[in-house]
Design a protein. Structure first.
Lengths: 393, 380
């Protein structure tokens, strides 16, 4: 994996905005409406080509395919795994919605979810042995990305996949959701891991850096546990998170650490985020993931102060930090000087060669496309300013 | 004006969310529909008392009336002054940051400020009683509590030059000084009532990308220098230490990448006869500008009120981040010269609730908690 040897490199968290027609086709496919399959395939291929060039044009060093044709939901790539209806009394908003915060700001959340379409993800259930069936889909994505990269000089290219922990809505299962096919939740997690491992290998075998998206390790905090309905203590939470880290490492076994970057965040909804778990309470576990680079939200106002965590935590030898220096939380375009200030703080603590500039989360779908690209420009410019300062040019 | 002598004091930019029932009355009033004048007056009075109490509960030191009775921080003057009418159908200005991204729709929220004020005759006083009502309501609300200090916000001549279409005076200079001659009465009334006077001058910063996108920086500087001169004319006779001067780049959640740099206007801002300079410092377009204060010499005793809380997003600042921001300023200008504020108001237009009211109060709590953490660091 490339590191910032001659200057601060730039990257982002993966998802990029595509053109409206592709987004509309993705919606049609998701909603089982009629659509032109060939046209979709062609447009995704072409859009991948476009976003690669745009990334290059705005000065990004480490680029992705933008996930422009990813259909989701992720469980489509697994056999015998899919949504079920809510059981009587089950909390429909348990998945991904911090309950504590809902109680603190009830009117805000009612209005927010009514405007954004709600967050009521259905619970998932295992109906037989879990097996990966996304081979064709991932190979198409790989082929599109390779074709898009032909003739474009970039420092590095990465593709995203999801962690076993992210495959779980909310923070855990009811026993009925995985039994009788798997005896324990841990066993089920490792089955999910073994299945996803196939996708990870495909990405790495194709020569790309693999980014594992693993927000749940942080955003699962304060989601009530489905078996008990209770909020977890920090100790209980760390135990649950540890299981997810172990499962992820199981999925990553045999993959060289220097081909893997790990992305985590606290959830990208535009709420107050007052109940987010502090980074200092989870970072030690995260650093046990067999990845070389760690992409962490750090640009929004709830987490910007956490650069100071690295005053107390030693970044292990050889690892790379990708702090978010651009936020999806606001339409305001970060000033390049502010981006530079943020990067220099990290560089001063963990070493300039161990810092790559990143975004808090994927910006595609979370901000207006025009603003996304303007933010990338600000990031690239900020990285140049930081490089001038750090390499005393 | 009190300095942060023993700890970092906290304040905000003046306007605060209106209660829902009051907002309904404000809407009727602004729409020209019949409304119960007595009920409105009574509700404004209780709302002011409520927001004062809530500021105290949140730990805010320097409190305001929340501009509860005003439809917006600037357009309220149309009810007080002669020569102004509100006109429908004037197309809104397209700011340069919006022009760069034509299909981006800013999530502004609020329509009460959509009508443009037009000056069609001599500016003068139509209703002096409204200023006195503000003062009386605020005084009544302060009977029950003891904040460190209290301020009332008011609008600058320059901001009216920005917001009002002048069809009467021969040029902007004539308009500015006519407004200054009239508005000085409001300024004096507030100071004589024993309150700090806050002058809202967003035009001095936001004017470049909103009103004058075609002007060069030098041309813009000339324009705002004249506006500061008009403001100083209006402030004649008022001790600068009674005056805080609020500057901002516009309270909309939009790109802001065309905002004028603070370093390019600060010399002009410092000419205003005000004891405190109050600037945005929290949002990501201006979060780096605390460094501007390293390169300038502040006049002796001058206070800086930086925004350390963003008023454009619903994510609540971590108190640690608030403390970091305050400490940045304190190290540069001296801890006793810093009062922690918010970037702008939480109700600049009465119906602009981009930040949910419940969240705005939680943000003020984060502000005061952050100031407490900063005070621990700075006073050990």
């Amino acid at each position: 994996m490339k590191r910032s040897i001659d200057g601060i490199l730039t990257t982002h968290a993966g998802r990029l905005p595509g053109p409206p027609d592709v987004a509309e086709m993705v919606r049609a496919i998701r909603q089982d409406r009629p659509h032109d399959k060939e046209m979709f395939a062609t447009r995704v291929k072409h859009t991948t080509y476009e976003v690669v060039r745009k990334q290059k044009d705005v000065g990004l060093n480490i680029v992705s395919d933008g996930e422009v044709g990813k259909l989701g939901p992720f469980y489509n790539r697994l056999e015998n795994y899919g949504p079920r209806q809510f059981a009587p009394g089950e909390e429909p908003r348990g998945g991904g919605t911090p309950r504590g915060e809902w109680q603190l700001f009830p009117t805000f959340y009612d209005e927010y979810w009514s405007q954004t379409g709600g967050s009521s993800l259905l619970p998932l259930v295992c109906t037989g042995p879990i097996r990966y069936i996304g081979q064709a889909a991932i190979q198409t994505e790989i082929a599109n990305f390779k074709a898009a990269l032909a003739g474009v000089e970039v420092d590095e290219a990465f593709m995203c996949s999801v962690s076993p922990g992210w495959l779980v809505p909310g923070f855990g299962f009811r026993e009925a959701d995985f039994q009788p096919h798997y005896k324990t939740e841990a066993e089920f997690f490792f089955a999910l891991a073994a299945a996803m491992s196939e996708e990870y290998r495909a990405i790495v075998d194709a020569g790309f850096v693999l980014q594992v998206d693993d927000p749940r390790v942080l955003s699962g905090w304060d989601v009530p546990h489905p078996r008990t309905g209770a909020h977890l203590t920090l100790e209980e939470y760390r135990k649950e998170a540890q299981l997810r880290v172990d499962a992820l490492n199981h999925a990553l076994r045999g993959i060289p650490e220097d081909r893997v970057r790990h992305h985590m965040c606290w959830g990208s909804w535009k709420g107050p985020h007052t109940v987010d778990i502090p980074l200092k309470d989870a970072i030690d576990m995260v650093l046990k993931v067999h990845a070389q680079a760690f992409s962490i939200e750090a640009a929004n106002v709830r987490h910007e102060h956490e650069w100071k965590v690295w005053q107390d935590v030693q970044l292990p030898e050889g690892k790379i930090l990708i702090p978010g220096v651009i936020a999806h939380a606001t339409n305001l375009v970060e000033h390049p000087e502010l981006v530079a200030d943020r990067l220099v703080r990290y560089a001063n603590l963990v070493g300039r060669e161990n810092v790559i500039a990143g975004t808090d989360c994927g910006l595609g779908g979370r901000l207006h496309p025009e603003i996304v690209w303007a933010k990338f420009q600000a990031m690239a410019e900020g990285a140049r300013l930081a490089t001038d300062r750090l390499w005393r040019r | 004006m009190k300095h942060s002598t023993h700890r970092i004091l906290t304040t905000h930019a003046g306007s605060l969310a209106r209660p829902a029932d009051l907002l309904e009355m404000v809407r009727s009033k602004e729409a020209g529909q019949p409304y119960d004048h007595e009920a409105f007056a009574a509700r404004v009075r209780t709302a002011v008392a409520e927001v004062v109490g809530k500021q105290i509960d949140a730990g805010v030191d320097v409190v305001s009336d929340g501009e509860q009775g005003k439809p917006g921080f600037a357009n309220y003057v149309k009810d007080r002054l002669t020569g102004l009418v509100a006109r429908e159908g004037v197309p809104p200005r397209v700011s340069s940051d919006q022009a760069d991204f034509p299909d981006f729709q800013p999530p502004e929220g609020g329509t009460l400020n959509a009508r443009r004020m037009v000056c069609i005759g001599p500016i003068g006083w139509k209703d002096r009683a409204e200023v006195q009502t503000d003062i009386d309501n605020f005084k009544a609300a302060l009977q029950a509590v003891q904040p460190v200090e209290a301020f009332l916000p008011t609008v600058s001549p320059g901001t009216l030059a920005q917001n009002v279409i002048n069809e009467y005076y021969k040029d902007e200079e004539a308009f500015l000084f006519a407004v200054a001659d009239v508005m000085q009465e409001e300024y004096h009334a507030i100071v004589q009532a024993g309150f700090l006077l806050q002058i809202d001058s967003p035009d001095l910063a936001m004017g470049w990308h909103t009103q004058f996108p075609d002007k060069t920086l030098e041309e813009f500087r000339t324009i705002i220098a004249l506006r500061v001169e008009a403001l100083n004319h209006a402030l004649a006779g008022i001790p600068p230490e009674q005056v805080r001067h609020h500057i901002c780049w516009g309270n909309g959640e939009r790109p802001h990448h065309r905002d004028v740099e603070l370093k390019h206007i600060i010399d002009i801002l410092l000419h205003a006869r005000a004891g405190a300079l109050y600037v945005e410092g929290a949002n990501p377009r201006h979060g780096h500008e605390w460094k501007v204060f390293r390169d300038i010499q502040l006049p002796e005793g001058m206070i800086v009120i930086p925004g350390v809380i963003d008023t454009k997003t619903n994510i609540i600042e971590h108190p640690e981040l608030v403390a970091d921001r305050i400490v940045n300023y304190a190290r540069v200008v001296g801890r006793e010269n810093v009062i922690a504020g918010t970037d702008c108001g939480f109700g600049t237009s009465a119906d602009r609730t981009r930040v949910a009211p419940s969240i705005s109060w939680a943000k003020l709590q984060a502000l005061t908690e952050g100031a407490r953490l900063a005070s621990e660091q700075l006073w050990g």
